[in-house]
Design a protein around this ligand. Structure first.
Ligand SMILES: [Zn+2]
Length: 370
C-alpha cells in the first residue's frame, strides 16, 4: 500500500504512528500529520453556544475528542451555554467564571460567591476560571484593585476544594504586554492590533511579578486544591521559573495554549527536559476561539478560517511536540516572526500530555468522556 492510499484508508493519526514505527526512531516530519497517540483533549479553548457544532466539526477534523471551554462569565451566559452543550457534554465541558462587576452592584457578593460556584458545579461546571482581569483590573467597592489573594475570596477556594473541582488562573500576560507600547516591543504586531492588551502603564496596572506572586500565594495556601496555570502559567518566556514553580507547588498544573511559539524559542533540549520532568502536570491546549462573530486561531485576527488554516494550526502543534524538526513556523505567527525547533517528546509522555493528565485533572470520567 502506498502512503497516499494508507493515509486515505486509516487517517492521519495512524499514519503518524505507523510511519514512526516503520522508520523506527527517526521522529521525522511525517509524524506530525496527526497526534501520534491518536486522540487529544484540548484543555483550553473558547466556544459560545451558537458555535458548538462548528467547534465539534473542527475538533473531529483534528482528533480532538474533548474540549474545555475555558470560562463562561456570569450566570445567565453560563447556564444558557450549559443547556446548549448538554447533548454534547461528552465532547465539550465548561468552566464557570464570576462576573466581578457584582462586587460593585451586590454588597453580599463575597458571601454568596461560594454558593454560586457550588450551583454551577452542580449544573455541570468543570471548575472555576479566573480570567486575567482578576489582579489586573477588577476593582473593589472603594475603587482599589482586588488582590487575587484577598482573604474574602478564601471561602471560594475552600468550596472548590470541598467540591473536588479545579481552579484555573489566567493571571497576567506575556512579558511584552507589560513592556512599553511602541514599535520596539517584540510583540508590536499584536499590540498595535490590540492596544488594550498593553499593561505598560504602571499608574494603572501593577507589575507582572506582583500579580504572579498573589496567584502563587493562593496556590501555596490551598495545597489540596488543584490549580491550572493557563498559557504555561503565563511564564513561557522563562522555563527555569516554570520549573521552579512546578517544583515548589505540586498542586499546580499547566496548559500550554497559545504558547507554542514562545516555548519553541528555547533550546529544544530544555523544552524536552521540562515536559519530561513534569510529565504528569502539563496539558495540551490551543486557545482556539469559536464565536458567532468569528474565530481566533490561538492569537491573531478574528475571522473565518478554512480547513487548510486549521490543519496548519494543529499540525504545527503536533510537529513541535512530536518531531525534532528545526526552524519551522509556529502556530501563532502574530506573536512573533521567529521560527521554532521541535522537542520530540517520548510516546508515553505524549500520551499523558495529550490525554491522561487533563482527563484526570478535570475528572472527566463523570461525563463519560472517551
Ligand atoms: Zn483563553
Amino acid at each position: 500500500m502506498d502512503r497516499a492510499t494508507f493515509l486515505k484508508k486509516f487517517g492521519a493519526s495512524l499514519v503518524g504512528i505507523s510511519f514512526m514505527g516503520l522508520e523506527s526512531c527517526s521522529k521525522s516530519a511525517k509524524s506530525y500529520l496527526g497526534p501520534s497517540t491518536g486522540k487529544v483533549i484540548d484543555a483550553h479553548l473558547h466556544v459560545d453556544k451558537e458555535s458548538i457544532k462548528r467547534c465539534i466539526q473542527v475538533m473531529d477534523e483534528n482528533q480532538i475528542h474533548y474540549g474545555v471551554n475555558m470560562g463562561v462569565t456570569g450566570d445567565d451566559t453560563f447556564y444558557s451555554f450549559m443547556e446548549a452543550v448538554n447533548p454534547y457534554k461528552h465532547r465539550i465541558g465548561a468552566m464557570y467564571a464570576f462576573d466581578w462587576e457584582l462586587i460593585q452592584t451586590d454588597r453580599k457578593f463575597f458571601d454568596k460567591a461560594p454558593d454560586m460556584l457550588e450551583k454551577a458545579v452542580k449544573g455541570g461546571a468543570l471548575g472555576l476560571k479566573c480570567f486575567k482581569n482578576l489582579g489586573l483590573t477588577v476593582k473593589d467597592r472603594d475603587g482599589s484593585l482586588l488582590r487575587i489573594d484577598d482573604p474574602r475570596l478564601f471561602p471560594v477556594w475552600e468550596r472548590a476544594e470541598k467540591l473536588n473541582v479545579i481552579v484555573s488562573f489566567h493571571s497576567t500576560d506575556p512579558v511584552a504586554f507589560f513592556a512599553p507600547w511602541n514599535a520596539q516591543n517584540e510583540r508590536w504586531q499584536e499590540l498595535e492590533l490590540h492596544p488594550e492588551w498593553s499593561f505598560a502603564d504602571r499608574t494603572k496596572y501593577p507589575p507582572r511579578d506582583q500579580i504572579l506572586e498573589q496567584r502563587d500565594n493562593v496556590i501555596l495556601k490551598f495545597p489540596n486544591l488543584k490549580f491550572q496555570g493557563c498559557h504555561v502559567g503565563n511564564n513561557a518566556e522563562d522555563l527555569d521559573m516554570v520549573d521552579k514553580r512546578l517544583d515548589a507547588m505540586p498542586n499546580f498544573f499547566l496548559d500550554i495554549s497559545a504558547r507554542v511559539g514562545e516555548l519553541g524559542r528555547h533550546p529544544a533540549e530544555k523544552g524536552h527536559a521540562l515536559f519530561t520532568k513534569h510529565q504528569d502536570r502539563l496539558m495540551f491546549g490551543t486557545d482556539h476561539q469559536y464565536r458567532k462573530n468569528g474565530e481566533v486561531l490561538g492569537a491573531g485576527p478574528r475571522r473565518a478560517f478554512t480547513k487548510e488554516d486549521n490543519d496548519k494550526f494543529y499540525q504545527s502543534h503536533w510537529r513541535y511536540f512530536q518531531t525534532n524538526d528545526k526552524q519551522f513556523d509556529h502556530p501563532t505567527p502574530i506573536q512573533g516572526q521567529w521560527k521554532i525547533d521541535g522537542i520530540a517528546l517520548d510516546q508515553d509522555v505524549l500520551q499523558k500530555f495529550y490525554w491522561d493528565n487533563a482527563y484526570n485533572f478535570y475528572n472527566l470520567e463523570r461525563f463519560n468522556v472517551s
